[in-house]
Each structure stands twice: as structure tokens, then as C-alpha cells.
Write a protein that binds this ligand. Structure first.
Ligand code: COA
Length: 222
């Protein structure tokens, strides 16, 4: 059944997986993965509830509240779309797309995680390719950014493999300790070189007004 809120109806389908708008039903099905722990080993990929509060329901409560509050703050200046990653209908992780002043700049960033048991089989690269297809082919993005701690081999290799170029470094903290961040940038031109024809989008046009995007502008940039 279609949701009344358009972002929850977006689907991105590749031959290997589907990104589906993270409805509360899907979040409930992801809870066991969050409960079991997402950031399970060093080097820590990020600091967030999924890596802290082990053996405490606070972990999943904070994770849920983070997503609900992100959903509630959607405006043309700042939005985040949350997707469950489904393989054979089973949720295995999340892939988010973030837009800041997207109507003006056409830039997005992304964030993702997979349950530890689902990693290292190419799903991470596939779900990034899927979210890039939504950004560039669906929303008409001009540029996508990504960043990860320098020792996050999987994330950094995905960025490089999909054509992103290094775009400087920054600092962030994890578990209170400063650590170096690698930043990446993928231009529309570089994405076009690898554009895939086997990724399908649904529900995108209905979502444009929610994000403050004129349909004509997205259309002209696709
Ligand atoms: C980041 C993440 C989503 C990547 O997904 P994945 O399915 O494990 O990655 P893939 O299997 O698609 O592999 C992508 C590349 O990284 C490499 N790779 C994967 N895991 C690796 C590891 N532990 N060490 C070194 N390289 C690794 C793969 O060989 C592949 O490289 P190639 O394209 O050059 O051959 C997943 O590892 C994850 O959830 N990690 C924890 C959360 C996280 O780091 N999120 C991102 C925060 S910035």
C-alpha cells in the first residue's frame, strides 16, 4: 500500500538490491541489526548510537529518534532521505541521501551501513551506485560528495571505484579521538561516464515538491 508521505514511496531497484523509503515497518525490521551492532570493530567507521550503548535499548531508541527527527526537518534548504537496503526482500542495511541547499547548488552527500554479515560482497558499492542514480538521474544533481575516515577502506574504495575524485581532507572525532577524514567528489560528467541502464526509479516525481524542487528544474538536469 502506498504511503501518504511521498519520500517513503521512493524505490531504487538494481539487479541485486532495492532501496526502499525507510517506513516505520522497515525500521522495525532493521532494529535487530542495529541492536546487534553496526560499528562492530576497529577502525570505527563513525560515532553514533549504532556503535555505542551496547546491550542497552538506548542504542535502538536513539537510532530511531535520529531518523524520525531527520524526517521531520525536511525543507528546501536541508533534507535527508532514509532508505532501507533490501536483498531478496530482507533489510540488510541503510543508505541515505542528504541535500543541503540542493535547489541552489545541486550537491548531495550520502551515508550508509550494512550489517556486518552482509559486507565484503559488493553490496556497498551497489547501494552507492543506486543512490547516485537517484541523485543524478532522478533529482538532477550536479555533484555528489562523500567522506570517510582515511582508514575506512571499504567506503573509500567504493568512492574511488565509482569515479569520485579526492577532494581534500578534514578532521572529525570518533570516541573522542581526532581522526583524519578523506573527502571525495563525483561530478555529473564523471557519473555520466559510468551511468547504468539497469537501475529503475519509482516514486521520484511525487517527491520533488516535498524537497522544494520544481519538476521542470529536475527534468532539465536529468
Ligand atoms: C562501507 C560499507 C557500506 C561498504 O560495503 P561492503 O559491501 O562491505 O563493500 P563492497 O563489498 O562493495 O566493497 C567495496 C570495496 O572495498 C573493498 N573492501 C570491502 N571491505 C574491505 C575491508 N574490510 N578492507 C579492505 N577493503 C575492503 C572491496 O574489496 C571493494 O574494493 P574494490 O572495489 O576495489 O574491489 C560496509 O563495509 C559497512 O557497512 N561498513 C561499516 C559502516 C560504514 O563504514 N559506513 C560508511 C561510513 S562513511
Amino acid at each position: 500500500m502506498a504511503h501518504i508521505y511521498p519520500p517513503l514511496n521512493i524505490e531504487v531497484r538494481t539487479p541485486r538490491l532495492t532501496l526502499a523509503g525507510a517506513s516505520d515497518d522497515l525500521l522495525a525490521r532493521l532494529v535487530p541489526l542495529v541492536r546487534a551492532g553496526v560499528a562492530d570493530a576497529e577502525p570505527w567507521p563513525f560515532d553514533d548510537p549504532s556503535s555505542l550503548y551496547a546491550d542497552n535499548p538506548e542504542r535502538e531508541w536513539r537510532w530511531l529518534r535520529g531518523i524520525w527527527s531527520g524526517r521531520g526537518r525536511v525543507s528546501p534548504e536541508s533534507w535527508r532521505l532514509y532508505f532501507a537496503v533490501l536483498v531478496d526482500g530482507e533489510p540488510v542495511g541503510m543508505q541515505d541521501l542528504i541535500g543541503k541547499d540542493f535547489a541552489r547548488f545541486g550537491t548531495v552527500t550520502s551515508f550508509s551501513w550494512l550489517a556486518p554479515g552482509g559486507r565484503g560482497r559488493g553490496l556497498g558499492a551497489e547501494m552507492r551506485a543506486a543512490i547516485l542514480h537517484l541523485a543524478f538521474a532522478g533529482l538532477g544533481a550536479r555533484e555528489a560528495g562523500s567522506d570517510a575516515f582515511v582508514d575506512n577502506e571499504a567506503s573509500n574504495r567504493i568512492s574511488r571505484g565509482l569515479g569520485y575524485e579526492p577532494n581534500g581532507t578534514d578532521w572529525d572525532t570518533r570516541r573522542g579521538e581526532p581522526a583524519r577524514i578523506q573527502q571525495w567528489r563525483l561530478t555529473r560528467e564523471m557519473w555520466e561516464l559510468r551511468r547504468r541502464e539497469d537501475i529503475e526509479l519509482t516514486g521520484v516525481d511525487e517527491c520533488l515538491p516535498v524537497l522544494g524542487l520544481p519538476a521542470a528544474a529536475a527534468e532539465s538536469r536529468r
